[in-house]
Design a protein around this ligand. Structure first.
Ligand SMILES: [Cu+2]
Length: 469
């Protein structure tokens, strides 16, 4: 029997890191007491209180699960359960996750560690956990029906294996997988190398997060689990911009970022201002001869990518998925392209029927980033966020990589907005602007136009049965 005090002493929860936002639930005899996280904020790294030493990771808008050491075995307790996750300020979702949040806590161990993971099922249906990417005994691989019986509602199963290979991994159910992953059940796993590894360089900051996606109708709370492609919330660790914390580093820090994709589509992840190397996949560290510099790397479905860079350019650098639909929140789809369409006439008519009707997108969509639009409760604006110079017009899979000269080693706090040195920002030209010379005939040299081409005309049909040019 382990009391709450014993558990905390054994686990040696160093610092306020986890203790601050965590509560412990009352005892399950002989099991490590589950530690529950109540906050969606990025928690500071959990320094290993015992076992082999390692340099811990920081999980974006997440945390690392404490363990207890029993006769040389690291024991963890995961509780699969319904959770309320704040996707961003102003929107909460009813998800399924582990230990109070979705995704679940990151599990950090060291190559060669023997780990024992108790998994308690508090969901309304059975579940399992698959330890994606790891070399483990077949009976521990977690595919329900194939490797084990599913964990029934209310029961606890035990997984035990040696973390044989260092690298970047994840965990997720392999039971009613479509539903359980669409509801947010997943977590990150990092196995640190034991001592110096020829392909794993030490870094100053080591971040990790999962790419995930939800389909939650504006005004509702529960994801539609049958959605395959048309998700409306693109998230990093179940958070959407501006709810995703920035990655804060010190100038000239060596930085590693580990990314896993558990959505149904690929995400080209793009960093501004720096080049990086892909130093690892879920197959382990990449041979050095295979590494080349990139600024965007595609993370395909079910893959993990580990990137590394030297943060040697000060500033606030955008870091985002390069699919522009993935840097928008709900309402981004089903809005017709209205650029160039003059609908002054109909706006009044519709407004008499629909009081809150607004004309959208006549001059592009940028207005959406600053408009005060009436939204249903519990949803996020499509394009949002405010920077030091105005609306950022983003959402979804977007955040900021903040490189600062005066950020202290080990300090992960947001330093605020970057102050650019005078004379280093794009500025308005106030001199004369010459009209550009325009080509008179279509086609150019290779396909000269024969004869004159009539100007094309678009016919726009408007309501009330009449049409105009
Ligand atoms: Cu994407």
């Amino acid at each position: 029997m382990t009391s709450r005090r014993d558990f905390f002493r054994n686990a040696g929860l160093a610092g306020a890191a986890v203790a601050a936002g965590a509560v412990s639930r009352a005892s399950l005899a002989a099991l490590p007491e589950p530690v529950i996280m109540e906050k969606a904020d990025t928690q500071p790294p959990l320094l290993p209180p015992n076992g082999r030493p390692y340099n811990p990771v920081v999980t974006l808008n997440g945390w690392t699960l404490p363990w207890r050491m029993v006769n040389g075995v690291k024991e963890f307790h995961l509780v699969a359960e319904p959770v309320v996750r704040e996707i961003a300020p102003g929107m909460k979702a009813h998800l399924w996750g582990y230990n109070g949040q979705s995704p679940g806590p990151t599990i950090e161990v060291v190559e060669g560690d023997r780990v024992r993971i108790f998994v308690t099922n508090r969901l309304p249906e059975h579940t399992t956990i698959h330890w994606h990417g790891q070399r483990i005994p077949n009976g521990m691989d977690g595919v329900g029906g194939l490797n084990q019986k599913q964990i029934p509602v209310g029961k606890t199963f035990v997984y035990e294996f040696v973390a044989r290979r260092p690298g970047t991994f994840m965990y997720h159910p392999h039971a009613d997988e479509m539903t359980q992953m669409a509801m947010g059940m997943m977590g990150f796993w990092v196995t640190h190398p034991r001592g110096r590894h020829p392909l794993i360089d030490p870094v100053d900051r080591d971040f990790c997060f999962l790419l995930n996606a939800f389909d939650i109708d504006p005004g509702s709370y529960t994801p539609k689990v049958n959605t395959m492609l048309e998700f409306n919330l693109w998230t990093w660790n179940s958070r959407s911009f501006p709810g995703i914390d920035s990655l804060n580093v010190r100038l000239n820090d060596r930085v590693r970022i580990r990314i896993g994709n558990l959505t149904m589509t690929n995400h080209p992840i793009h960093l501004h201002g720096h080049e990086f190397l892909v130093t690892g996949t879920d197959g382990g560290p990449t041979p050095k001869s295979t590494r080349w510099h990139e600024v965007t790397t595609d993370v395909a479905v079910g893959q993990m990518r580990q990137i590394e860079l030297l943060a040697d350019e000060e500033g606030d650098w955008a870091f985002h998925c390069h699919k522009s639909h993935h840097t928008m929140n709900a309402m981004g789809h089903g809005v017709p392209t209205m650029i160039g369409v003059d609908h002054r006439g109909i706006a009044k008519t519709i407004a008499s029927l629909v009081p809150d009707y607004m004309v959208m997108g006549e001059r592009g969509m940028a207005d959406m980033g600053e408009m005060e639009m009436p939204l249903p409760d519990n949803t996020l604006p499509m394009m949002t966020g405010t920077g030091p110079y105005g609306p950022v017009e983003m959402g979804g899979m977007f955040t900021v990589f903040k490189v600062r000269r005066d950020q202290k080693p080990g300090d992960y706090k947001d330093p605020g907005w970057y102050r650019q040195p005078p004379g280093t920002q794009a500025y308005e030209w106030t001199g004369p602007v010459a009209q550009p010379a325009r080509r008179k005939s279509e086609g150019g040299q290779s396909m000269p136009a024969s004869g004159s081409v009539p100007a094309s005309e678009v016919r726009v049909r408007k309501p009330r049965g009449h049409s105009e040019h």
